[in-house]
Design a protein around this ligand. Structure first.
Ligand code: ATP
Ligand code: MN
Length: 459
């Protein structure tokens, strides 16, 4: 006898087959006619399959009638066309065995709708809910598209290190990695540490990806990144996944084209491959979840310089919380105004003031701006940050001095400019921001299996 998933069993072609299913009971309903209905889910798809349980089964009274939400079972029987309106097929059970019980007095997931806040406190059980199951399947679809897209475009997957000695952004928000005991006396010295120098969890694989772009041409890295910023927002995690393409001989417009093609590919795949889950989000989470994706697919992304954006914002007549002034970084409220209200489509902003961007972004001829680009989307704001990289050794060293970075610490990065330097560009997409945008989920903590945020790393 073949074991199928619920997803396979629900297809009309399964009718007439004798099969085995395994999963968790969502509900049980007893009929007056002396038989019962079970709704079974195994995570393979959003929908359940209806199991018809005849009262004649030997364990009907002793076990079946004690089944509650969350119990795990194996069922054997025949798939048949369902007379009911709610489902095309159902399974007529011939044998049911119980793997595990889930006493309703103590099992935290009951049939009612639980709040996302509550579900975060049971992160080990929330994958059994409709919403979190749907999020995880969409997340998987996105990851599959990411790899397919870059592989088809001829990008090589490289694995950049998670432990690093360089601070990519030139900022301080990193986690230290150490084996030293801070309470030891005398106080431990950095040179006694495991790597003989201070090391951190990476904030980005970009610098290392540049090494491989400047030798293999087109590469991407996709892995966990870490930021110790103490920002408790709905769009920030301390540990998140980032996909970072980096390509030699790409200038900023090439980089923008790549980003637009990339996002559209992901959105198209999700609409096609995760249609059932997307309908769920549109029904229960964000009414515009599907239509926004469809809309974005049809639109060409607006390309605009930072300077032009500042002009638009200043003339908008909006009462922003943070002032808009040339030279200041844009806040989420500004980004969202541009993409949600002013243009009503995705926006790629470029050429930001040099002072608010990292040292590695290529300096423009105006000496005031750098070849940075951010992709902004409705609801989430910035989803991608990238740039053309500074490939001129003298300019790069000057920029590093300006930002108080020591050239010795970046000798290998500078070597890429000393020997056979080439123009190159890349960007970073936050995976969770992408999943958040696609699903319409309001809080980034609900689109990653085990969120890490300030004060919270229980699971
Ligand atoms: P923001 O301004 O939104 O804090 P950033 O400019 O610091 O982001 P980048 O360094 O440009 O972010 O990182 C590239 C991408 O990684 C961002 O566009 C975003 O999608 C994602 N990202 C950055 N920080 C976080 C975070 N703390 N949690 C989740 N995703 C993040
Ligand atoms: Mn950014």
């Amino acid at each position: 006898m073949e074991t199928l998933t619920v997803r396979e069993a629900r297809s009309p072609s399964a009718v007439g087959r004798e099969i085995r299913l395994q999963g968790w009971v969502r509900t049980r309903r007893d009929s007056k006619g002396g038989f019962s209905f079970l709704e079974l889910n195994d995570g393979s798809c959003l929908g359940n399959i209806q199991i018809v349980v005849p009262g004649e089964l030997p364990n009907y009274e002793s076990e079946i009638k004690r089944l509650t939400t969350g119990c795990s079972i194996v069922v054997e029987g025949v798939i048949q066309a369902s007379p009911g309106e709610k489902q095309a097929v159902e399974l007529l059970a011939r044998r049911i065995a119980v793997f595990g019980w889930a006493p309703p007095e103590s099992y935290p997931l009951q049939k009612k709708r639980h709040s996302y806040e509550f579900l975060r406190t049971i992160a080990h059980l929330r994958p059994r809910t409709n919403s979190f199951g749907a999020v995880m399947r969409v997340r998987n679809t996105v990851c599959r598209s990411i790899h397919e897209f870059f592989q088809e475009e001829g990008f090589l997957y490289v694995h950049t290190p998670i432990i690093t000695a360089s601070d990519c952004e030139g900022a301080g928000a990193m986690f230290r990695v150490t084996t030293l005991d801070p309470t030891a006396t005398p106080p431990p010295q950095p040179q006694d540490d495991f790597f003989g120098k201070p090391t951190y969890l990476t904030v980005s694989g970009q610098l290392e990806a540049e090494v491989f772009a400047c030798s293999l041409g087109k590469v991407y890295t996709f892995g966990p990144t870490f930021r110790a910023e103490n920002s408790n927002t709905t769009r920030h995690l301390a540990e998140f996944w980032m996909v970072e393409p980096e390509a030699a001989f790409f200038e900023l417009p090439d980089n923008m084209d790549l980003a637009e093609r990339f996002l559209k590919r992901i959105f198209r795949d999700v609409l096609e491959r995760s249609a059932e889950d997307m309908e769920f989000f549109a029904r229960w989470v964000e009414p515009s979840a599907v239509t926004t994706l469809q809309h974005v697919l049809q639109e060409e992304f607006v390309r605009l310089t930072y300077t032009e954006a500042v002009e638009i914002l200043r003339q908008s007549g909006q009462d922003f919380e943070f002032p808009v002034e040339w030279g200041r970084d844009l806040q989420a409220e500004h980004e969202r105004y541009l993409t949600e209200t002013h243009f009503r489509k995705p926006v790629i902003l470029s050429d930001y003031p040099r002072a608010i961007k990292p040292f590695y972004m290529r300096l423009n001829d105006d000496e005031r701006t750098v070849r940075a680009m951010d992709v902004l989307l409705p609801r989430v704001g910035e989803i991608i940050g990238g740039s053309q990289r500074e490939e001129r050794l003298d300019v790069l060293t000057r920029r590093m001095e300006e930002q108080g970075l020591r050239a010795e610490d970046y000798w290998w990065y500078l070597d890429l400019r000393r020997f056979g330097t080439v123009p190159h560009s890349g960007f970073g997409l936050g995976l969770e921001r992408a999943v958040q945008f696609i699903t319409g989920m309001g809080n980034i903590r609900d689109v990653i299996p085990f969120p890490r945020t300030p004060g919270s790393a229980e699971f």
